[in-house]
Ligand binder design. Structure first.
Ligand SMILES: NC(=O)c1ccc[n+]([C@@H]2O[C@H](COP(=O)([O-])OP(=O)(O)OC[C@H]3O[C@@H](n4cnc5c(N)ncnc54)[C@H](OP(=O)(O)O)[C@@H]3O)[C@@H](O)[C@H]2O)c1
Length: 221
C-alpha cells in the first residue's frame, strides 16, 4: 500500500507502484503456501496467472513435499468469470472456484473445462466452509490470500486471517474513492483488530512489515 494507505487508484486500474524486491517478496510468500486465494475483481483486473517465476522456488517446494505450485483458488458470489483470463491458460496447478448456484449455466459449462467448481446453494460463499473443504479435501494447511480488499475484509471480519504481510511503498495517491486495505466500505469492522508487529525490514525506500493478527476470542495455538 501507499504511505497514505491506498492499495490502488480510484479507477481500480492495475497499478504498479512497488519495486522488484516487493514482487519477489510476494512470490516468496506465495511459494510457501499450499493454496493461493484471490477475489474475482483482482483476478479480472490484474489478470494474474498465480504461478511462480523462479524454478528455485518450485524446487524448494518439492523439497518440502509440496506440489511444485500452489493450488489456485478463486472466490466469486456471482460467478461470471471469464474463462479466457490468463490463469486458465496455464495448467501448472489445479484451479478451484468457490462460488454460488447463481453462476450462470453458460459460465459453469465453460469454467468446468478448466477448473473444479464448488457451488453453494446460498447467495454467498461461506468462507469458513471453503477453508474447511480446502483442508479436508485438498490437504491445504496454509493459504496465501492476495486480496483484494473486499475478500481480505470478509476474511478479517470472520477472524480467518493469521498473518498480514504489508509493504509500504513511497507514494501517496489521496482520494476518498481509492480503496484501502479493508476496501471502500464506510462501515467499521465489527471490532477493531489488534495486530502484533513481528517483523520489519527496510529495503531501499520500502518497508516490509509482518503482523500477527490477534484474535481475542480464538485460543492461541
Ligand atoms: N495493492 C495490492 O497489493 C492489491 C492487492 C490485491 C488487489 N488490489 C487491487 O484491488 C482492486 C480490487 O478490489 P476489490 O475489493 O474489488 O477486490 P476483490 O476482493 O478481489 O474482488 C471483489 C470480488 O471478489 C469476490 N469476492 C470477494 N469477497 C468474497 C466473498 N467473501 N465471497 C464471495 N466472493 C467474494 C466477489 O466477486 P463477484 O462480484 O464475482 O461476486 C467480489 O465482487 C483491484 O484494483 C486490484 O488491483 C491491490
Amino acid at each position: 500500500m501507499t504511505v497514505d494507505g491506498k492499495i490502488t487508484t480510484r479507477n481500480f486500474s492495475p497499478v504498479d507502484f512497488t519495486s522488484r524486491e516487493d514482487k519477489l517478496h510476494l512470490f516468496r510468500k506465495r511459494a510457501l503456501a499450499d493454496a493461493v486465494l484471490i477475489g474475482h475483481s483482482t483476478l479480472r483486473r490484474d489478470n494474474v496467472r498465480l504461478g511462480l517465476p523462479k524454478t528455485d522456488l518450485s524446487k524448494a517446494r518439492t523439497a518440502r513435499d509440496q506440489t511444485p505450485y500452489p493450488i489456485r483458488v478463486i472466490v466469486s458470489n456471482e460467478g461470471k468469470i471469464d474463462n479466457q483470463l490468463t490463469i486458465f491458460q496455464t495448467d501448472i496447478s489445479p484451479i478451484l472456484i468457490f462460488s454460488t448456484a447463481r453462476m450462470p449455466r453458460k459460465f459453469q459449462a465453460a469454467l468446468r473445462e478448466k477448473a473444479t467448481l464448488h457451488l453453494t446453494k446460498s447467495r454467498h460463499v461461506d468462507l469458513v466452509a471453503m477453508l474447511e473443504k480446502l483442508r479436508s479435501e485438498y490437504n491445504v494447511h496454509t493459504v496465501a490470500c492476495e486480496g483484494g480488499p473486499t475478500l481480505f475484509r470478509a476474511l478479517l471480519e470472520r477472524s480467518l486471517i493469521d498473518q498480514l504481510n504489508l509493504t509500504i511503498a513511497p507514494y501517496m495517491f489521496g482520494g476518498a474513492n481509492a480503496p484501502t486495505l479493508t476496501g471502500l466500505s464506510k462501515e467499521f469492522l465489527p471490532a477493531s483488530v489488534h495486530c502484533g508487529l513481528i517483523d520489519m525490514r527496510v529495503v531501499g525506500e520500502e518497508c516490509f512489515l509482518t503482523y500477527r493478527i490477534k484474535h481475542p476470542r480464538r485460543r492461541s495455538k
